[in-house]
Design a binder for this molecule. Structure first.
Ligand SMILES: [Zn+2]
Length: 177
């Protein structure tokens, strides 16, 4: 089983041209690499978002929590991700979706969680990744364009609400397409 996973991973790495490791502004790595001046965040207690560069990521967290009833942790979303990757690996004719590599190698998914010293100093280490972050990251990768999201995953994103949330933020640009 492990060999099969490694083989498919290798095949995917070779055949996927664009593997970008852009991560949301609440990832400790983005702060450590000075991509952002302050860690970005969505605060579930009052719905507040602070973001400068990765607003669609935080909008994703807000959408998940306030509109989609935490669908990112649902069995349906997890199954949809697995099914998407499976069909990308097994059934496509060389035309891979641009998000496939990113999803396949996402932190805390098939690869380990990204563990990094917490910038606040409150905790020695923090973990980032998993389905909640992947859900938000897919919206960020899409740039707010539903057509950029794999078709089988679109039902998990209510773009009317997502656009409305984005509109409330100074640094978020709604995709007008
Ligand atoms: Zn996040």
């Amino acid at each position: 089983m492990k060999k099969l996973l490694l083989a498919t991973l290798l095949a995917l790495l070779i055949s996927t041209t664009s593997i970008a490791f852009a991560h949301g502004g609440d990832n400790p790595r983005a702060y450590a690499e000075k991509n952002i001046s302050r860690p970005e965040f969505y605060r579930s207690s009052d719905g507040y978002i602070f973001c400068e560069l990765y607003c669609w990521h935080e909008v994703g967290h807000k959408l998940n929590a306030e509109v989609m009833d935490y669908v990112a942790q649902s069995d349906d979303f997890k199954a949809a991700i697995i099914n998407f990757l499976y069909s990308e690996l097994m059934y496509n004719n060389g035309e891979r979706h641009s998000m496939t590599g990113n999803i396949f190698l996402f932190d805390g998914f098939f690869v380990d969680y990204y563990i990094f010293p917490d910038v606040t100093g409150k905790y020695a280490y923090t973990r980032w990744g998993g389905y909640n972050e992947l859900y938000a990251e897919i919206l960020y990768w899409s740039g707010g364009d539903i057509d950029e999201i794999p078709e089988s995953l679109r039902e998990f994103y209510n773009m009317d609400w997502a656009n409305w949330f984005c509109n409330q933020l100074v640094n978020c640009v709604v995709n007008e397409k």
